[in-house]
Write a protein that binds this ligand. Structure first.
Ligand SMILES: Nc1ncnc2c1ncn2[C@@H]1O[C@H](COP(=O)(O)OP(=O)(O)OP(=O)(O)O)[C@@H](O)[C@H]1O
Ligand SMILES: [Mg+2]
Length: 386
């Protein structure tokens, strides 16, 4: 029986849980000439999934839109290739004009390949471009966008570009180029941009008042799916398989916390057991929860070993729900350093993506509820707690 809860990969046309408002905002941004929207939120909330759904929907309506993924790039030339792929695919027959223009105006070394299955043309830089001096790679990157804008203007069309995990740009680019990019993007009246990002501290850096992208974007904060929506959606899927789940869904949602993927993962782990039992029980939820931690324990262990003793101790305190990390009793109990140093440690854990920022004390929480529980189990063994 197919598990109705999916979280491991992004389906081509997923059946979305809610996100009506977010979809509308992203849709509007992609359809408005010259607009720029930043979609920011924690990892595993569903940003890419929702952007992809909107892009597919607009494509079906014959709009020229694309999703370009920056998350796996190793160098700037890889970002250029990702852009080229997206732009050619969305230009349809006009891709040839685009390629000719690029070769003429930027003297780019390009090569093409036809997709053996769909026959669609892929345009990319020749491999030597990855070895080109950084200056040249930069010129290429900006040139690709400038020429796309020029072509769109000439053809009287409009291109919508979603750049997924845009903050990776900051990895390759020096401040000066980012400013240069900002200057150019601002003139792209025939393109609209949706940038998504999940690495909060990098985004913060790029967006701060003295940095290049300050006030460049309208912002859509991608929060967690409202719990009632989530409950209803999960309940329907259990019910469709004749599983009685409603009375325990709140427990499942409390344990899996707020990220969409964490919620779907616990539901997926419960599903086969609940199917056999004909109902979702507390015992099944606990077994599934332990199963997830078992599956991930090797990753948790290796992450843990890369942390300093200070970082580990701060995480131990957070895993026990301590909120006053600078109080003497908590510092004693977990061998924490002085309060200034605790603050710095929290910040370093935030920058590594292990914690996320929270308005309530102590200002940060575990990004991954399953990692938090793993640390809690370690505390039991290592510190003899609970
Ligand atoms: N609204 C939704 N409806 C159904 N499934 C969803 C929804 N949001 C997310 N998912 C599921 O969660 C998985 C992860 O979502 P996605 O990769 O889009 O998150 P993300 O915010 O882009 O995360 P990251 O920052 O790690 O890239 C997807 O594979 C998808 O199956
Ligand atoms: Mg994503």
């Amino acid at each position: 029986m197919k598990n109705p809860f999916r979280y491991e990969f992004i389906e081509e046309d997923p059946e979305l849980i809610n996100r009506v408002k977010e979809r509308e905002r992203i849709r509007e941004a992609l359809l408005e000439r010259g607009s720029r929207l930043l979609v920011q939120g924690r990892r595993r909330m569903g940003k890419t999934t929702v952007c992809k759904a909107v892009v597919n929907e607009l494509r079906r309506e014959k709009h020229a839109v694309m999703l370009v993924d920056f998350s796996t790039a190793t160098q700037l030339a890889d970002l250029s290739n990702a852009l080229l792929r997206g732009i050619t695919a969305s230009l349809g027959k006009s891709w040839q004009d685009y390629a000719t223009d690029l070769m003429k105006s930027l003297s780019l070394q390009l090569e093409t390949e036809a997709d053996p299955q769909t026959g669609a043309i892929k345009l990319r830089l020749k491999p030597s471009a990855r070895k080109a001096p950084l200056d040249e790679q930069r010129g290429t990157f900006i040139g690709i966008l400038n020429r796309a804008n020029a072509l769109a203007k000439k053809k009287k069309i409009h291109l919508g570009i979603v750049i997924d995990e845009f903050q990776e740009l900051g990895r390759f680019e020096e401040e000066a180029t980012l400013w240069n990019l900002r200057g150019e993007i601002q003139h792209h009246a025939n393109l609209s941009y949706v940038f998504t990002g999940s690495r909060a501290h990098l985004i913060k850096m790029l967006m701060s008042s003295d940095r290049a992208f300050y006030k460049m974007f309208r912002v859509l904060n991608f929060e967690s799916i409202e719990i009632g929506e989530m409950r209803t959606w999960l309940a329907k899927r259990f019910r469709d398989h004749k599983i009685k789940a409603e009375p325990l869904l709140d427990d499942l949602l409390a344990l899996s916390e707020t990220c969409t993927v964490d919620r779907l993962r616990l539901a997926a782990m419960c599903f086969p057991m609940a199917l056999r039992a004909g109902e979702l029980t507390e015992e099944i939820i606990q077994t599934a929860h332990a199963g997830i931690i078992e599956e991930d324990k090797a990753f948790f262990h290796s992450d843990w070993q890369q942390l300093t003793a200070h970082q580990q101790n701060v995480l131990r305190a957070l895993a026990e729900g301590e909120t006053k990390l600078t109080s003497e009793s908590v510092r004693d109990r977990y061998s924490l350093p002085t309060s200034g140093s605790v603050t710095n440690t929290l910040k370093s854990l935030f920058e590594r993506g292990i914690l996320y920022e929270l308005e309530m004390a102590p200002g940060y929480a575990f990004d991954n509820p399953y990692f938090r529980h793993w640390v809690h189990l370690r505390n039991r063994d290592d510190l003899g707690l609970g």
